[in-house]
Design a protein around this ligand. Structure first.
Ligand SMILES: Cc1ncc(COP(=O)(O)O)c(C=O)c1O
Length: 461
């Protein structure tokens, strides 16, 4: 018989407002709750816009942490999820398979760079990275040539699980966890032609010092997202990959952010040379069009074959409860269908053209530095006397845009647009007009800045 509780159970005090309940029950990501401003409460989305409960409209200029592809509540994707939810919502993927997972794997392999042969599903960008790292290390173990080393690019961000944090340690997000991160060697990113040679020399130096030590290299091809939308030339990325391959290493591309059209092609890898093609690609964010948390690690047949054995210990003993979730697969299939519509690619081209049209204006603006464009992504720095990453500037910029009805999430002083592809030309042009107004206020703020007590930054990333 169940025993009655020792002390009378008290029901939670009823609370009236969403914000009070939020403060009472929710713990937000990348946020110092004590000093954070009240969270913006949103209740509805449509196309490139989100709405609060009073009907105020906000342009989602960052595609909700870069996940949204075809707009909020896209009816084609929503319908596919609803249909799948009424057919089979979920089933485990060990010892079982189902049509959406198989169909999605087939389509991903058909659309990915030719080198890819198999799809391993997981839940989010970080898990896609963990899977790739585990595949890389176990690949060498299974071949009885253990290699322990990993090379990554300085400033790269790969997620918040421990392997991903180790690979992204130099992004500076992980100070409290450094004692538990494994060793990774970093080379400079090589952001312009004049620094590429030095970065390649650092790479060669590492390889010369420890032949046969490195299992893999991991990098975000063409654009390093969280460290400030840092852009690299395709040729340079290809050279890093081919140098590592010559040293026998595996090449892992983290396309969690760059995948699904963000850089102008379905995968950023498509813009690289043949020698620059990967052995593994990690995808998430845009995979489901921004509807469902899902990820995949794509690998070559050569990698898969290294796990093919009579010995269970040579299998990849890794999985998640929601691996290959049918709702996620249905969303991803529907999202991929939208890429078969030429209008999606026209929109992607229009977004890039619009960014490029504004480049000259931004380039000669006295308050901005280094405007740059790669596909649908545009980024630039707000000039400031207080440019540290954790400075309060990002918060100021965020609030300034919010007053105009635009949601942004700057990275320190780096401001960027990464809009859903359904964004209209008018909306994007209007966002640039707002930018010019915000810069006027920025100028006044910077001029009167030094004597003021600076607000504490409450949010990173
Ligand atoms: C390049 C890259 N890799 C990995 C991740 C981690 O993805 P998630 O937040 O889904 O774990 C992110 C997240 O922003 C990312 O930008």
């Amino acid at each position: 018989m169940p025993q009655p509780p020792q002390t009378p159970q008290t029901l939670p005090t009823p609370t009236n407002t969403l914000h009070q309940d939020d403060a009472d029950y929710c713990w937000h990501p990348f946020t110092q709750a004590k000093t954070a401003k009240q969270a913006l409460a949103l209740v509805r989305g449509e196309n490139e816009f989100l709405y609060d409960q009073n009907g105020n409209k906000y342009f989602d200029a960052v595609s909700s942490w870069w996940v949204n592809i075809h707009g909020h509540c896209n009816p084609h994707i929503a319908g596919a999820i609803a249909h799948q939810a009424h057919t089979m919502e979920h089933v485990m993927f060990a010892g079982i398979t189902h049509p959406p997972a198989v169909e999605l794997a087939k389509r991903l392999i058909a659309k990915a760079p030719k080198s890819m042969g198999k799809v391993f599903y997981s839940d989010n960008g970080s898990t896609a990275i963990e899977v790739a790292l585990k595949m890389a290390f176990q690949y060498w173990n299974n071949k009885a040539e253990p290699r322990k080393g990993l090379i990554a690019l300085r400033g790269g961000y790969h997620g918040d699980t421990f392997g991903a944090m180790s690979a992204g340690r130099s992004s500076g997000f992980y100070d409290p966890f450094t004692p538990w991160l494994f060793d990774v060697d970093f080379i400079d990113t090589g952001v312009c032609a004049c620094t590429e040679d030095a970065a390649l020399a650092q790479l060669q130096n590492l390889l010369d010092k420890a032949p046969g030590h490195y299992a893999a290299v991991i990098l975000e091809p063409l654009v390093q997202g969280a460290s400030g939308m840092i852009m690299m030339r395709p040729d340079h990325v290809s050279k890093i990959a081919s140098t590592c391959r010559q040293a026998g290493m595996l090449v892992i591309y983290d396309e969690v952010m760059t995948g699904f059209g963000r850089t102008g092609t379905l995968f950023a890898s498509e813009q690289l040379t043949e020698a620059g093609q990967p052995d593994m690609i990690c995808i998430s964010k845009g995979l489901t069009g921004g509807f469902m948390p899902m990820a995949a690690t794509l690998a070559t047949d050569a990698i898969y074959n290294a796990f093919w054995s009579d010995d269970v210990n040579k299998a990849l003993l890794h999985g998640h409860s929601y691996t290959a979730n049918p709702l996620g697969c249905a969303a991803a299939l529907a999202s991929l269908e939208l890429f078969d519509d030429p209008r999606t690619w026209q929109q992607i081209q229009m977004l890039e053209d619009t960014h490029r049209k504004w480049l000259p204006t931004l380039a000669c603006h006295p308050c901005l530095n280094n405007p740059r464009v790669q596909g649908t992504i545009a980024a630039f720095e707000f000039k400031s006397q207080n440019a540290a990453y954790g400075s309060s500037n990002s918060q100021w910029i965020r609030e300034a845009f919010l007053e105009h009805g635009i949601l942004v999430r700057p990275l320190g002083n780096t401001m960027y647009w990464i809009p859903p592809y359904c964004t209209s030309e008018n909306t994007l042009n209007w966002a640039y007009e707002v930018l010019l107004k915000v810069l006027e206020d920025w100028k006044s703020k910077e001029n009167s800045n030094n004597s003021e007590a600076k607000p504490i930054n409450t949010e990173l990333f």
